[in-house]
Design a protein around this ligand. Sequence first.
Ligand SMILES: [Zn+2]
Length: 389
Amino acid sequence: MTATLLTGIAELVTNQPGLGDQSPLGLLSDAAVVVQDGRVAWVGPRTAEPDCDDRRDLGGRAVVPGFVDSHSHLVFAGDRSAEFAARMAGKAYDGGGISTTVRATRAAGDGELRRLLAIRIAELRAQGTTTVEVKSGYGLTVEHEARCLRLAREFTDETTFLGAHVLPADFARRREEYVELVAGPMLAACAPYARWVDVFCEPHSDHAFRADEARVVLEAGRASGLGLRVHGNQLGPGPGVQLAVELGAASVDHCTYLSEQDVDALSAARDTTVATLLPGVEFSTRSPYPDGRALLDAGVLVALATDCNPGTSYSTSMPFVLALAVREMHLTPAEALWAATGGGATALRSNDIGHLGVGAQADLTVLDAPSYLHLAYRPGVPIARALDL
Ligand SMILES: [Zn+2]
């Protein structure tokens, strides 16, 4: 395969301090990149660019690593716009609306779910996302959870088994039985299609799972070779963060209500467990945002993701999330961009995405702007897109 020289890059974000400047973003002005065989082969100033048969001039745009959306629920049918409207009119959210989506998802054929997945992934890419994690969790039977993951696998390697998303209504008085099903036959059917296992650990919702139940599912997932992720501390203070840190989960997601002990635990575990913030949820549920500033100041490793789902955050847009992080959680534009790229890659324990060092996957996102600062500065304007090579 021939090498392609990308030139006309007004500002390159490498996320490799020293490759550009010494900041965490490793910024390089007036840069060039050589891509070969789907990998970054060379990065440097335009004045030192090597000869290549194939050249593309990006016309003075900024280039950033493709966004890594490390938390989404893209396999679903139907929508819940009426629930959104009701919530905006003052009705509280307690996680119960998930059953509406479960019904619609079970009723949809494989072809329909595949079509919907393809549309959503095209949306992500059109807004600069090059890696997406996709969870199950709207099947909630052995057959339907395995089907959702099999379909998700057609689009991404980053698939997560979330049978413990919500307690199905028919198990309302048989919680223990459902947890046994998830940790037993459902996990066995899903593990071949999954890299990760996740639980909605939330004692504030009757529909979600307590710490002891979450532990059973996570430990069974680990025994099956899956990495661990946790939905925790979304609706109120809870045990999710401590459980995630104790079990060495790759990430604990939401982190909206944290105690001082939770922040300390995440700070001490920064080499293992990432705090993934999902401010699209707080936006769409009109809830208080997590204190992203306090987490960064405490030395916690922070990622940003969309949590794209039909109930509480029906957005595929990482630039939107990034703008919320800057405006509402007081991250600097640089911190937000790193969290949406390097942070997401760390949350997925991947070394070759989330940066543009030599050897990285050639996942480049181009901005119709001279600087990455425009991502948060121009909210709602479609300036970011994944570069097709
Ligand atoms: Zn989620």
